[in-house]
Structures are given as structure tokens and as C-alpha cells.
Design a protein around this ligand. Structure first.
Ligand code: ADP
Ligand code: MG
Length: 252
């Protein structure tokens, strides 16, 4: 579904990604793990067209998308969430998902409000269905800024579900969450998001990775140092050294 070959990204003298080869198969839930600054978000940014790679190719379902603009890549069916949540804070939960479903609505916010659906129309039902799936239907008229963090992250996921993406990229979906909230997020990804979809999940929390990912790719200083089934990868001495600082268990 997605293939990176020889992908490199430089920011001045820094090689944030250095020769990454990676393949994501249909139905995979691929976890990308690695220490802070190892290049995980940069990798998502390259796949979603935030900026082009310095070298290398990115292919999505046999189409070479290297250097394509973000909106064109999104139209192919790639959706993502952000490590620093990006929602419309002064819009309701419903309108946040509605806006995602309708892309950039012409006329900005006013255009969006004018285009607001009649209750019960097909698109509105789809938004409600997605809100129900992520457990936010009861909050549909709440402003996004009034939601607690776990609900804001679920709302971001709802926005990706509403566009029926073929590939979902989640950047630290449990970032800033307590262990109990992380377990809830793992359950949501495992039971609602992953079935029937292909996902790439960036995360360093074991509770989430272990319960969710079918395969792991480990980055360290912009290079891929291991890849494979989670149990094998996490037992790899090089991974333990890089990722766990050689100290045994990672933070849960
Ligand atoms: N836009 C940018 N300009 C300059 N340096 C950047 C930029 N984005 C990321 N970096 C650097 O690239 C490296 C990888 O960052 P990032 O991909 O965000 O890591 P991760 O998500 O694994 O924590 C870091 O050293 C970071 O400081
Ligand atoms: Mg990051």
C-alpha cells in the first residue's frame, strides 16, 4: 500500500531521516517507535506532503507521490492526526468532523456554517455514526476547546474516519495520557480504527504498541534499526540500547 525507498530528509546539516526503506501492506497496523527526535513525525510529514524528501521515493498504491502537495495526497485517501492536536477549537464536535468530511469549505467558517447539513441527511448521519464509534455522540454540540485531552484525540481520529481514508497515520494518539486513558485509546484503535483499515501508529507507550501493532519499525537518529513482530523487535539488544537507553523497561 505504501512504500518508502531511500528516503532522506535534511534540515540544514541535520539528517532527520537517513535512507529509510519501509513497506506497509494492506491491513497492517505498523508501529513506528524510537526516542524523541529520531525522525518519526518527519516520516509522517513526508508521507503526507508537508514537505518533500531531500532524496528517495514515496509510493502509495503504485503511484509515485514523492513531492506531491498535501491536499493531493489527502485526496488519494491518506489521513492523519497530529502530535500537537489540530482541531477548530471554537467549533462544535459535530462541525469539526463535518469540516473534515467536506474538505476545505469555500468561504471559510461562514461557508461551512451555511453548508451545515439538514438533520438526518446522509452526510450528517455519517458524521453521527463516526461520533458514535469514537464515543463522542453525546458531546456532538460541545465546543472542541471544552473537551478533555483524550476526547480531543478521539475527535481527531473521528475526523480521519469520516473521510474514509485507506491509510491512517496516527502521531502519538496517546500522547499526554494517563495509563488508563492510554488503555482506552489502545482499545479504540484495536476495535474501531484498525479493523478493515491500514494504519501507521507512532507511539512509544508499550501499553498501546503491545495491544495494537502487528509489526514494529524502530528509528534511531533517522535510521531504521529494526523491523518485525513486536515481541522479536523489543527483545533485540540494539533496540533495547537505543530505545530503552539500555535500562530495561520503557515508560508504560
Ligand atoms: N521543520 C524542522 N526544521 C528543523 N529541524 C527539524 C524540523 N522538524 C524536525 N526537525 C528535527 O528533526 C529531528 C527529528 O524530529 P521529529 O521527526 O519530530 O522526531 P520524533 O517525532 O521522532 O520525535 C529532530 O532533531 C528535530 O529537531
Ligand atoms: Mg514526533
Amino acid at each position: 500500500m505504501l512504500a518508502l525507498s531511500g528516503v532522506e530528509k535534511r534540515f540544514g546539516a541535520l539528517a532527520a531521516l537517513d535512507g529509510i526503506d519501509l513497506a506497509v501492506e494492506i491491513g497492517d497496523v505498523l508501529g513506528i517507535v524510537g526516542p524523541n527526535g529520531s525522525g518519526k513525525t518527519t516520516l509522517l510529514n513526508i508521507v503526507t506532503g508537508v514537505y518533500p524528501p531531500t532524496a528517495g521515493r514515496v509510493a502509495f498504491q503504485d503511484t509515485d507521490i514523492t513531492g506531491w502537495a498535501g491536499h493531493r495526497i489527502a485526496r488519494l485517501g491518506i489521513a492523519r492526526t497530529f502530535q500537537n492536536i489540530r482541531l477548530f477549537p471554537t467549533m462544535t464536535v459535530f462541525d469539526n468532523v463535518w469540516a473534515a468530511q467536506h474538505g476545505r469549505v469555500s468561504g471559510g467558517l461562514f461557508g461551512l456554517l451555511r453548508s451545515r447539513p439538514a438533520a438526518g441527511c446522509g452526510d450528517a448521519r455519517r458524521v453521527d455514526e463516526v461520533l458514535e464509534q469514537v464515543g463522542l455522540l453525546g458531546d456532538r454540540e460541545v465546543l472542541a476547546k471544552h473537551l478533555p485531552l483524550p476526547a480531543r484525540r478521539r475527535l481527531e481520529i473521528a475526523r480521519t474516519l469520516a473521510v474514509d481514508a485507506r491509510l491512517l497515520l496516527l502521531d502519538e494518539p496517546a500522547g499526554g495520557m494517563t495509563p488508563a486513558e492510554t488503555a482506552d485509546m489502545a482499545r479504540l484503535i484495536h476495535e474501531v480504527v484498525a479493523p478493515g483499515r491500514t494504519c501507521v501508529v507512532i507511539e512509544h507507550k508499550m501499553a498501546l504498541i503491545a495491544g495494537v501493532c502487528s509489526r514494529l519499525c524502530v528509528l534511531d537518529f533517522g535510521r531504521k534499526i529494526a523491523e518485525g513482530p513486536p515481541d522479536r523487535v523489543l527483545a533485540d539488544p540494539r533496540v533495547r540500547q537505543a530505545y530503552l537507553g539500555g535500562e530495561g523497561e520503557p515508560d508504560a
